[in-house]
Design a protein around this ligand. Sequence first.
Ligand SMILES: NC(=O)c1ccc[n+]([C@@H]2O[C@H](COP(=O)([O-])OP(=O)(O)OC[C@H]3O[C@@H](n4cnc5c(N)ncnc54)[C@H](O)[C@@H]3O)[C@@H](O)[C@H]2O)c1
Length: 351
Amino acid sequence: MSPPADQVPSGAKPSGGDSPSRFDPVRFFAGRKVLVTGGLGFIGSNVARRLVDLGARVQVVDAHIPDSGANPVNLADYADRLELFIGDLGDPATSAERVRGQEVIFNLAGNVSHIDSMQMPLMDLNANVRAQIVFLEACRYHAPDARVVYASTRQIYGRPTSLPVNEQHLLDPVDVNGVNKMAGEAYHTLYQHVYGLASISLRLTNVFGPRMRVKDARQTFLGLWLRRVVEDASFEVWGGEQLRDLTYIDDVVDAFLVAASLDVAPTQVYNLGGSPPISLFELAQRLVGIAGQGRYSVTSFPAERARIDIGDYFADDSRFRAASGWQPRVTLDQGLRQTIDFYRGILDAYL
Ligand SMILES: NC(=O)c1ccc[n+]([C@@H]2O[C@H](COP(=O)([O-])OP(=O)(O)OC[C@H]3O[C@@H](n4cnc5c(N)ncnc54)[C@H](O)[C@@H]3O)[C@@H](O)[C@H]2O)c1
């Protein structure tokens, strides 16, 4: 699939030309056939909803994995504006059927829980490696011209040896999830190199916002913190000195959309950061301050978590910003406020 010539941001063009800010998502996506894998989950549902609003013809496939971020509520009010298929990408027939005829595919299916990946390494391998290979094979044979945007993760860097972390940083993951996501990303790049499948990977940092999993800390510690604050209860901050950058979901959706328009020739892999780094301790203070309720205590890391903690992390995403013109539009405080407001109305549906 080729984007309209005036829809390709200049940084992605070998010869330059248009301003990156000329990317017009309505023009790019209206009427396009788009698949979102993992679309019942946090990021996928937000991508799918935006695409529907832009006028795309949206299909969603999701295996509705228990203990993932899958939640039918995420798409319930959009049910008559998109097609939802419950199915596992690891099944070759399902993958083939779903990718056939698609022009753009946002591949957000995967396991995100680090701790689950340590307790069930083969579950993580199935979601983040095996299903990805089955999906890529399906694209190779049934959607060779589709544009694929894959959700990779900063977890593949492991403990940073220098900050901010750019794409040249050593890949040295500290947990099973990081190893498997590293493989998943590498397979996407491989299929680009060997078969010409136009895929781009975004290495996400902590993403937060409406429709994230807040039942527990499986998706991110911040999910559980948000739940506790909305319940006016207490949460634990482990350590507290660690630095993190966070990206609000609307900015992540923006990044995925523009990534679909980039030329894959210069590179297939980009970091995606967001807000300036903040310590977990300060983040907890801000959250409680903005909510005007909830409280926290600072404790030491549980041993099983300390072993797979990555310490400080924040991304250098200048390469993606230059190529795409993307920049975050929502400040950390605005994002936290919007997320708290969202869950105040609907928390029970996420517990
Ligand atoms: N949330 C973050 O902060 C974050 C950070 C870095 C990377 N990511 C990546 O982004 C992607 C989406 O994350 P999320 O936070 O939305 O997670 P999520 O758990 O909310 O959504 C993932 C969805 O994928 C589905 N799924 C899993 N395996 C599947 C399969 N084999 N076939 C079909 N569907 C399947 C699940 O049912 C779930 O609905 C993941 O690949 C994750 O690694 C997320």
